[in-house]
Design a binder for this molecule. Structure first.
Ligand code: BES
Ligand code: MN
Ligand code: ZN
Length: 500
């Protein structure tokens, strides 16, 4: 299915097609649905009773060809207690609607957006439903050859949200649509296999943001060599794919305001290099550019909604491969910062890529703060699983703002420690530091490594090895990748950095 379309119309119950209405846990239909049901002789109330439907949040009951109507079906969606629904729940509700519509192969539906307790659904909440409808409608089937006709999904899903004030809802929808588009881009990039999406191909995708008014600069191998990005180049040297660094700039804020910066790890495939990974699950390492994909999708979202902020997105794109020319354990590289690094394990490559990008951003862009995202360590998966991103920061305000944005959007983070005692674990006998600190505290020593390249700039590091991929299916997401981070950081920007 191509992405669903969301539109808003004046409140009404259609005569034909598919109708979606909400039901509260006390089994009260929304006022409009209740009036409609009275008119058709209580068909819906009977269906609810006979199916023993409890209207738990995000559950659905499908009433096919209800008597007394010309409708194909009425889908009842449980709200639980409507007074308890938060912003992210309205989105989940929208997601549940899409999931059900796809399941029953509907290509269009009217959703009557009305709380069952009669209280008004705000324009923002209606738009959040739209966001959920869009997010759950994303799928990646570019490489599935055609299905048999009889089980083909409809090509499109047109969702019309019937609301009290369509123009207000439409206005609120604009920004959500931008975020949905950004999230779709992130997920497409993460899913794309590495034989198709190499470093150059990724850079080309980023260049497409120029259409939205983003300035995109691509640094190639020659420039990187000349400037001395040796830590990043060391990772890239075992691959046929040349490294790329992409700098994306969106200038939506005051002319002289320092930009905020987002940095992403873009390892298009991580075999481990000479310290090669075991075979099981290695295919998932096509998603090791997840940080770069989030930064790119975020830049898309911010530009598409014309965010009033100056923002720079910087991504380091390399492939980590074993080869006769590949970097070896024991090699010592001089990073762009001048600090030297002993490469203990070529599979700890993400920090080698990020350290040069972070240093470049700090020195050349002079941002107000930096947030980096990276599928950096398996250890963060051990610590937090797939349900929280690992947050490390040298600045409490930034950390607290990210934490709050996580709670609002549902893309939650958990803060992890940094301290000089952990930092000692990466001191090296031969160089200024080594690229691994052993098994213990693996995510923390990785973060300590990055910290050595940001100086005094307020900085937060999100280790997204657990959240970028292998994601569980939820109301908002069919599975494997949710685009985690796009909504979180869009929210961070919207809440604090757009000088309203
Ligand atoms: N890309 C991996 C981390 C990863 C693991 C991401 C699982 C997603 C799922 C990273 O480059 C890596 O290999 N890290 C090593 C570091 C170690 C060698 C110090 C790890 O976590 O094992
Ligand atoms: Mn690795
Ligand atoms: Zn990696």
């Amino acid at each position: 299915m191509s992405r669903p379309t969301v539109s808003f119309a004046k409140f009404a119950v259609p005569d034909a097609g598919v109708l979606v209405v909400f039901l509260a846990e006390d089994l009260a239909l929304s006022p409009t649905a209740a009036a409609f049901d009275a008119k058709i002789g209580g068909t819906l109330a009977r269906a609810v009773a006979k199916a023993a439907f409890k209207a738990k949040p995000f559950t659905t009951l499908d009433v096919v060809a209800p008597a007394g109507t010309e409708l194909d079906r009425v889908i009842l969606v449980g709200l639980g207690d409507p007074a308890k629904l938060t912003e992210k729940d309205w989105a989940r509700l929208g997601g549940a609607v899409t999931a059900k519509l796809v399941e029953v192969k509907a290509s269009a539906a009217t959703v009557v957006v009305e709380r069952a307790d009669g209280a008004a659904v705000t324009a923002e909440e209606a738009a959040d439903i739209g966001l959920g409808i869009r997010l759950r409608g994303w799928s990646f089937d570019a490489y599935k050859s055609k299905k048999k006709d009889d089980d083909a999904e409809p090509k499109t899903l047109k969702a019309t949200l019937a609301v009290e004030n369509p123009s207000a809802a439409k206005k609120a929808w604009g920004a959500r649509e931008a975020v949905a588009d950004g999230s779709d881009l992130t997920r497409d990039l993460i899913c794309e296999p590495a034989n198709v999406l190499g470093t150059e191909e990724f850079a080309k995708k980023a260049e497409k943001l120029e259409k939205l008014g983003v300035e995109v600069e691509v640094l190639g191998e020659k420039e990187l060599k000349k400037a001395g990005w040796n830590a990043l180049l060391g990772v890239a040297q075992g691959s046929k794919r040349p490294p790329r660094v992409v700098i994306m700039r969106w200038n939506g804020g005051e002319k002289d305001a320092a930009p905020i910066a987002f940095v992403g790890k873009g390892v298009v495939f991580d075999s481990g290099g000479i310290s090669i990974k075991p075979a099981a699950g290695m295919e998932d390492m096509k998603g090791d550019m997840g940080g770069a994909a989030v930064v790119t999708g975020l830049m898309h979202a911010l530009a598409a909604r014309k965010a009033k902020v100056n923002v720079v997105g910087a991504i380091g794109l390399v492939e980590n491969m074993p080869d006769a020319g590949a970097q070896r354990p024991g090699d010592i590289v001089t990073s762009l910062s001048g600090q030297t690094i002993e490469v203990i394990n070529t599979d700890a490559e993400g920090r080698l890529v990020l350290c040069d990008v972070l240093w470049h951003v700090k020195e050349e862009i002079k941002p107000a703060f930096i947030v980096d995202l990276a599928t950096l360590t398996g250890a963060i998966l051990v610590a937090l699983g797939k349900l929280n991103g690992g947050l490390f920061a040298n600045d409490d305000t930034l950390a607290n703002r990210i934490t709050a944005a996580g709670l609002a959007t549902g893309e939650t983070v958990w803060r992890m420690p940094l301290s000089p005692d952990y930092d000692k674990l990466i001191d090296s006998t031969w160089a200024d530091m080594k690229n691994t600190g052993g098994r213990d505290a693996g995510s923390i020593t990785a973060a300590q490594f990055l910290k050595r390249f940001v100086g005094d700039v307020p900085w937060a590091h999100l280790d997204i090895a657990g959240t970028a991929m292998g994601s569980p299916a939820t109301e908002l997401n069919k599975g494997w990748t949710s685009g985690w981070g796009v909504r979180l950081l869009d929210r961070l920007v919207a809440d604090h950095y757009e000088g309203k």
